[in-house]
Design a protein. Structure first.
Length: 324
C-alpha cells in the first residue's frame, strides 16, 4: 500500500471513530459500561478490513493511526508526528513520532522502531512506508525473534488494558516475549497543564521492560568493565546510579532523563538515552559508524535523544573527562 493511501486512511479517521474530546475517548481502551459505544470505535461485526474484526487494515499501524495518526482528534496522542495535545498548548511527545517530531512542521525522524508497514535502509535508518509485506522480525540486542507480522503496536501496547485497572501507563504490556510481571511507572503532567497526558518523569521499570526484547542490553553494574553472564561484548551497565556533573539534573528537558523512584533515584535506564518510537537526532563524524551487536557496522541515530553522542556528554563529558 502506498504512502498516499495511508494518508487517506488516516484522514478518514473522523468518519470511522467517535470524534469526542480526549478525556471521553480515554475509555475506548477499557472501563466499559454495559451500554458502551467504545467497541464500535475499533471493531465492526460484518464488514471488517482486518483480522479481529478491525475496521481498517491491512496493517495494525494503519489501524492505530485512526485515532493516533496525524490530524486526528479522537485521542491526545499523535504517534505518527510525535505530538501530544494539551491545554493551553500542544507539546512534543517524549517518545518521539514514527515519521516526525512536533507535528506536521516538525523534523523527519532519522531512526524508528520499524513497526509493521515501515521499512529501513540497509543500515537500519528510517526508511519510508512500504505496506503490508514489510515486517521486522529480528530484535537488535535480543536473543529471540518476533513472529507473525513482526513488530506491531500491539507488541508493546495492550489495547484492552485501559480503564482504572491498568497497571502500566500508556497501555504498556505486562508480558512480552515470555517475560511477565513487567511494571513501569511514569509521572504525568498535572491536569490543566497538558490535561495529564504528557510524561514529565520516568520513575521506574523501563530497563526490565525494554529488556524483555533487547535482553542482551539489560546488564548489571560493571558490565562495561568485565564480561558478564557469558557475554562476548562489554556493555553499558543499566539500572545503575548516575553521578552527574555539576549543573546536570537528569530531567527530560536535559535530554537524558534518569529514573526518579523515591527509594532508588537517579538510575540510568533505556529511556535515559533512547526514545521509544522515533528520533530526529542526527549523527556525523565518529558517531556515524559503530559496531553492531550482531556484527557489521551501524550508521544510524539508534533512537538517541540527542545529536551525535550528546547523551554521553550529559553524564560524562562535563565531568572529569572533559579536560582543556
Amino acid at each position: 500500500m502506498g504512502k498516499i493511501k495511508l494518508l487517506l486512511v488516516v484522514a478518514l479517521a473522523a468518519v470511522f471513530v467517535l470524534a469526542l474530546a480526549a478525556p471521553a475517548m480515554a475509555t475506548t481502551h477499557g472501563n466499559y459500561s454495559t451500554t458502551t459505544d467504545a467497541c464500535a470505535g475499533c471493531h465492526v461485526a460484518h464488514a471488517a478490513q482486518a483480522p479481529k474484526l478491525l475496521k481498517v487494515g491491512p496493517t495494525q499501524t494503519e489501524f492505530c493511526y485512526l485515532c493516533h495518526g496525524q490530524g486526528t482528534t479522537a485521542a491526545p496522542y499523535d504517534i505518527q508526528y510525535g505530538l501530544t495535545s494539551g491545554d493551553p498548548t500542544n507539546v512534543n511527545s517524549t517518545a518521539g513520532g514514527f515519521e516526525k517530531l512536533g507535528g506536521s512542521g516538525g523534523a523527519t525522524v532519522t531512526s524508528r522502531h520499524t513497526v509493521w508497514g515501515y521499512d529501513a535502509d540497509a543500515n537500519g535508518a528510517a526508511g519510508s512506508w512500504s505496506g503490508e509485506a514489510t515486517k521486522t522480525l529480528t530484535v537488535p540486542g535480543g536473543t529471540q525473534n518476533l513472529t507473525g507480522n513482526g513488530l506491531v503496536c500491539g507488541s508493546c501496547h495492550n489495547p484492552h488494558a485501559g480503564g482504572t485497572g491498568a497497571p502500566n501507563p500508556r497501555l504498556l504490556r505486562t508480558t512480552i516475549l515470555g517475560s511477565s510481571n513487567l511494571t513501569v511507572e511514569f509521572t504525568l503532567e498535572p491536569t490543566g497543564v497538558t490535561d495529564g497526558y504528557q510524561v514529565t518523569e520516568y520513575v521506574s521499570g523501563s530497563t526490565a521492560w525494554c529488556g524483555a526484547c533487547h535482553d542482551k542490553f539489560d546488564k548489571p553494574d560493571n558490565s562495561g568493565h568485565e564480561l558478564t553472564e557469558g557475554d562476548t561484548m562489554y556493555r553499558h551497565a543499566m539500572d545503575m546510579a548516575a553521578t552527574l556533573p555539576g549543573g546536570a539534573d537528569g530531567t527530560i528537558a536535559s535530554g537524558t532523563p534518569l529514573e526518579t523512584h523515591s527509594t532508588d533515584p537517579d538510575k540510568v535506564a533505556c529511556l535515559t538515552c533512547h526514545r521509544a518510537h522515533g528520533t530526529t537526532a542526527t549523527v556525523s563524524g565518529y558517531a556515524l559508524s559503530w559496531p553492531r551487536d550482531n556484527g557489521g557496522t551501524g550508521t544510524t541515530s539508534a533512537l538517541l535523544r540527542m545529536q551525535n553522542r550528546g547523551v554521553c556528554y550529559n553524564c560524562h563529558g562535563a565531568a572529569e573527562y572533559n579536560k582543556p
